[in-house]
Design a protein around this ligand. Structure first.
Ligand code: PMP
Ligand code: GLN
Length: 384
């Protein structure tokens, strides 16, 4: 049997490709974005506690009530915004599912969806599978800020949705209050929805605060805010996240969620609910990652790469166009095989695979591993 692919241009994700290459060549894996250290042992104890207590059957479809409640409380504490725990908070199997379900809830055949490029790789497939048409708008180099004139000129009656990601993967750009206000002013009198991917909400640097789209009343009414406990608590393998959205949007979102996964691992939900009782568990994260970003950037000064320290996320971009015209993909592969450090070529986050000669390194790793990687990057001949 042959199959006519619904995603003819999609192959295996770059994260899988580069992680496998790193493993095949025994390279230090700074490619795929996942922490190279374990979570707080107390969180593991909590999971064991709830498993042993017998919390091992299906959770309610929208999440266990106590976790929805704790998340609503955290949201109020951090952003000063109210969401109704039972009607506006949904626990899902990772932010990837939140994004897919939110896109599916609103995008119909022929709808246009604005994606700001470089864009996280799951957005366009979610749009295309729902019959939507991605409209790609490039972010502006060198800092990858949003070009609001370009966004404005892309908006038309067919525009159904805008995908936002702040702090941004892969560039680390963090939206300012002006960005949030601009978006609100461009769409306040339209029926455009927003999916706001805020998985790195607790990872921004140099005193910057993450400004959630929920804090703007115009945006709150039309936005699905997607988050990830995996990113926040160093447990990406648990695949557990959430979606915050107004009641009517949540009702539609849950219709999709209930047939994508139905519900999410029960003992993890109870454990996270108890863990969220201590705000320090998430409020300490920016400092923790700031030290890693600083360590990594300090070491990069001893390499030929050019860079501007990331504003947020756990990724650092480096550029090398002043040294070589090698494609970013070829360089990422060569550095993995020959130097022993794996990265991600950011051309993969562009629809046209635009090559700006930039690599992305993940610095969510043990300091010792970062130092070993830096040592290799500093002391090897990277370019012929
Ligand atoms: N959005 C962005 C920007 C990400 O970097 C990631 C993950 N790494 C996700 C979504 C997916 O999060 P999750 O693992 O919770 O599905
Ligand atoms: N979000 C992670 C990254 O950007 C990867 C997640 C995945 O492998 N799907 O590296």
């Amino acid at each position: 049997m042959t199959i006519s692919s619904k995603l003819p241009n999609v192959g295996t994700t770059i994260f899988t490709v580069m992680s496998k290459l790193a493993s095949d060549y025994g390279a230090i894996n700074l490619s795929q974005g996942f922490p190279g250290f374990n979570c707080d042992p107390h969180l593991l104890d909590l999971v064991a506690k709830y498993m042993n207590k017998g919390f091992n059957q299906y959770a309610p479809m929208s999440g266990v009530p106590v976790l929805k409640q704790r998340l609503a409380e955290k949201t109020k504490l951090v952003y000063g915004v109210d969401y109704h725990a039972e009607e506006e908070v949904t626990i899902v199997s990772g932010a990837t599912e939140a994004i897919f379900s939110a896109v599916t809830a609103v995008v119909r055949e022929g709808d246009e969806v604005i994606l700001l490029e470089p864009a996280y790789d799951s957005y366009a497939p979610a749009v295309i599978l729902n019959g939507g048409i991605p409209i790609y708008i490039p972010l502006s180099l060198p800092d990858f800020s949003v070009d609001w004139e370009k966004v404005k000129s892309a908006i038309n009656p067919k525009t159904r949705l805008i995908m936002v990601n702040t702090p941004h993967n892969p560039t680390g750009y963090v939206w300012s209050q002006e960005d949030v206000n601009m978006l609100a002013s461009l769409i306040h009198d339209t029926d455009i929805y927003v999916v706001s991917d805020e998985v790195y909400e607790h990872i921004s640097f140099d005193g910057r605060t993450h400004i959630s789209l929920m804090t703007h009343p115009v945006l709150k009414d039309r936005t699905f805010v997607c988050g990830s406990f995996g990113k926040t608590f160093h447990v990406t393998g648990w695949k557990i996240g959430y979606c915050l959205a107004p009641k009517e949007l949540t009702a539609e979102f849950r219709k999709i969620h209930q047939f994508v996964t139905f519900s999410t691992a029960t003992p993890l939900q109870y454990a996270l609910a108890e863990y969220l009782e201590v705000p320090g568990n998430y409020l300490s994260i920016p400092d923790f990652y700031q030290k890693k970003r600083d360590l990594f950037c300090e070491g990069l000064k001893g390499t030929p790469f050019q860079f501007v320290p990331a504003q947020g996320s756990f990724f650092q971009l480096v550029s090398y166009g002043h040294l070589s015209q090698e494609s970013d993909f070829d360089l990422a592969v060569r550095l993995t095989k020959e130097i022993g450090v794996a990265s991600i070529p950011i051309s993969v986050f562009f629809n046209e695979k635009t090559d700006h000669k930039i690599l992305r390194f993940c610095f969510a790793k043990e300091d010792s591993e970062l130092k070993r990687a830096l040592d290799k990057l500093q002391n090897s001949k990277l370019f012929p």
